[in-house]
Write a protein that binds this ligand. Structure first.
Ligand code: HEC
Ligand code: HEC
Length: 218
């Protein structure tokens, strides 16, 4: 792992000396392929689990919107998302690295588009989803969010969705929580049992998210 730690060091130095540019960074999936060495050990192993703050599968990010990947990595970097290991990783990435790895993961999942409609959910779930009008932002099929910085949810791991939704309900904990204002408002009115039921439903939907195994790296 010598080259990868040197690459990380170079990235840290570059980030430190970089003047923050507001212009959108050109995304380069090819450059990203050389920068994901430290990601694939978790995000490219099907079923790989995290043990903090509880045991759950690491999120599928192949096929996710690049702009959402950028937004979420910046949220870890700024501490708006507190998950300690993802914070540690995100702080080693500069703006260009983030744009490149995001482009790489988006194209890694390219495949058939999710079906435009997914049928009616069971009545109890439909009621829960209607309460906060989840599909108004995440899309009718939960794969076509109204803004590319919002996540696709269909087919994501249920246990991850559960942990993520609970994080939006968590305040005043230095290591757990997400402070996105929109989702804090959306998640708070629900009980853990209700969140779990919604997470299970969203995970069961056909979607575009994947964990792509990269056997050549192992
Ligand atoms: C040690 C395992 C591990 C490594 C290495 C790792 N991740 Fe993660 N990643 C996680 C876990 C666990 C989460 C969920 C954290 C949470 O609950 O917020 C996550 C979350 C994410 C998310 C947010 C996904 C979403 O749906 O909101 C993105 C994007 C991401 N990681 C990208 C990366 C990239 C890019 C790299 C490499 C530069 C990387 N990760 C390296 C374990 C890892
Ligand atoms: C007003 C728009 C809006 C509505 C309504 C909304 N969301 Fe979200 N959702 C977002 C945004 C924006 C994010 C990204 C937040 C962040 O950066 O952490 C998000 C993130 C999420 C995540 C985290 C996904 C991941 O990969 O980490 C989950 C899960 C989620 N929403 C589920 C729901 C559910 C369930 C509902 C209904 C109860 C809902 N959302 C309603 C905008 C919305």
């Amino acid at each position: 792992m010598k080259t990868s730690s040197l690459a990380t060091l170079a990235a840290v130095l570059a980030a430190a000396s970089m003047t923050v540019s507001t212009a959108a960074q050109a995304q380069d999936a090819k450059a990203g392929s050389t920068k994901v060495a430290m990601c694939i050990g978790c995000h490219n192993i099907p079923g790989y689990q995290s043990s903090f703050p509880e045991i759950y599968k690491v999120p599928k990010i192949a096929g996710q919107n690049a702009k959402y990947i950028v937004a979420s990595l910046n949220a870890y970097k700024k501490g708006e998302r507190k998950h300690p290991s993802m914070r540690g990783i995100a702080t080693t990435l500069n703006e260009q690295d983030i744009a490149d790895v995001a482009a790489w993961y988006e194209q890694l999942g390219k495949g058939a588009a999710a079906p435009a409609t997914v049928g009616e959910p069971p009545a109890d779930i439909a009621k829960l989803l209607a309460k906060a009008n989840c599909e108004s932002c995440h899309g009718k099929n939960f794969s076509t969010p109204i803004d590319p910085t919002y996540p696709k949810l269909a087919g994501q791991h249920a246990d991850y969705l559960y942990v993520a939704l609970k994080a939006y309900q968590t305040d005043h904990n230095p290591h757990v929580g997400r402070s996105n204002a929109i989702m804090m408002g959306m998640a708070r009115p629900y009980t853990h049992a209700e969140i779990k039921a919604m997470a299970k439903y969203l995970a069961s939907l056909p979607g575009e998210l994947k964990t792509v195994e990269l056997s050549e790296f192992r």
